[in-house]
Design a protein around this ligand. Structure first.
Ligand code: NAD
Length: 337
């Protein structure tokens, strides 16, 4: 199979390395707005079947079977529409769009299209998170009273990333919002969120926060508790806890959990701590891409459509409004049809 990859920044460069390791991908055509980034990736992976082109148009005309979009969040809708217009199955990194309006407009413009689009929420492919979902689905947890999802980044992204990211809830919390929806199988109805700024000044400059917390109420009454920061120096801490009336499970509580227990004599976790999404989720990204290959081959529908992925964006949107207005916000208030 021949795939395209658009956007070769932090995650695009990492994805290129993962994609060339998948045997079914015979060649990869890459591009970035910055020609130097394209050149770097081609230089790094030329012998593994990577070719560079200097424009979106050239990539779409290069005979690829499907496209992966890893460009900045503000570019997602226009790139998805261009790939779909070319008839190419597309996998787009989260979140769907930088704003609610842009996400809703994308959904409208895709109406009636039969070209599959998959939104890249790789946590759905993490073995432990998928097992937590299976425990909910099987009923072995009883009814879920609380689901906690935590994403603590080790360090802040650069200011230019924050400028187009859509903000803390939409950029970082969106992973947690997607996971708690996916694991509980419930839709969120209301959120109550807050945030703070004690780190770099540029977060404030972009009307963003560096630390946030949100409480999500689901339709069946289950409560989601989501915690995020850009300043968790010990490492990349992604955990999920699901507490039910019969049993409780946790994902991400392994020896790489970046935390130091203070109980005398306790040596867990033994380390080394997870550093970032690259080491923490490499197997999940790989599984996500392998699923996308089945979508490209026409063997299965998209496992996370734009409409599905957008639900997490709406939770994020409601959180941003809740934080700004210091009040609970219902999802219906922010959803644009
Ligand atoms: N799934 C995850 O865990 C995860 C982790 C990090 C980032 N992401 C997502 O991946 C995306 C990229 O993040 P990043 O950290 O790599 O950002 P980045 O700023 O490091 O890189 C973005 C790259 O996209 C390029 N670009 C922007 N618009 C383009 C266009 N129209 N055509 C071609 N190239 C274009 C830029 O030149 C840049 O090289 C974001 O949407 C982000 O939310 C997902």
């Amino acid at each position: 199979m021949r795939l395209g990859l658009i956007g070769l920044g932090r995650i695009g460069a990492f994805h290129a390395g993962t994609l060339v390791g998948i045997p079914a991908i015979e060649s990869l055509v890459v591009t970035d707005l910055v020609p130097e980034k394209t050149k770097q990736i081609v230089d790094r992976h030329r012998s593994e079947g990577v070719e560079g082109v200097d424009s979106l148009e050239a990539l779409l005309a290069s005979g690829v079977d499907g496209v992966i979009i890893a460009a900045g969040t503000d570019a997602h809708p226009e790139l998805v529409l261009a790939c779909v217009a070319a008839g190419l199955p597309t996998l787009c990194e989260k979140p769907v769009a930088q704003t609610g309006a842009a996400g809703a407009q994308l959904l409208r413009r895709l109406e009636g299209s039969t070209v599959p689009v998959q939104i890249g929420f790789q946590r759905r492919y993490d073995a432990a998170i998928a097992a937590a979902r299976a425990a909910v689905v099987s009923g072995e947890l009883g009814w879920v009273n609380t689901i906690r999802s935590t994403t603590l980044d080790p360090e802040p992204p650069p200011p230019e990333y924050v400028a187009v990211s859509g903000g803390m809830f939409r950029d970082c919390g969106v992973h947690d919002f997607d996971v708690i929806r996916w694991v509980t199988g419930q839709e969120a109805v209301e959120v109550y969120a807050t945030g703070s700024n004690r780190g770099a000044d540029f977060f404030r400059r972009y009307d963003d926060v560096d630390t946030s917390a949100a409480i999500v109420t689901f339709a069946d009454g289950a409560l989601g508790v989501v915690s995020n920061t850009r300043y968790n120096a010990r490492g990349y801490d992604v955990r999920l806890e699901v507490h039910g009336s019969q049993d409780s499970v946790a994902a991400g509580v392994d020896d790489g959990w970046p935390i130091r227990a203070t109980e005398p004599g306790v040596t867990f976790p033994a380390g080394p701590p997870h550093r970032f999404f690259m080491d923490r989720f490499l197997p999940a990204f790989r599984a996500e891409f392998e699923t996308f290959l089945e979508v490209v081959a026409g063997d299965r529908p998209s496992p996370c459509t734009v409409a599905d992925g957008l639900e997490a964006d709406w939770i994020a949107e409601a959180c941003a409004r809740s934080m700004k207005e210091h009040r609970p916000v219902r999802i219906d208030e922010v959803r644009i049809p």
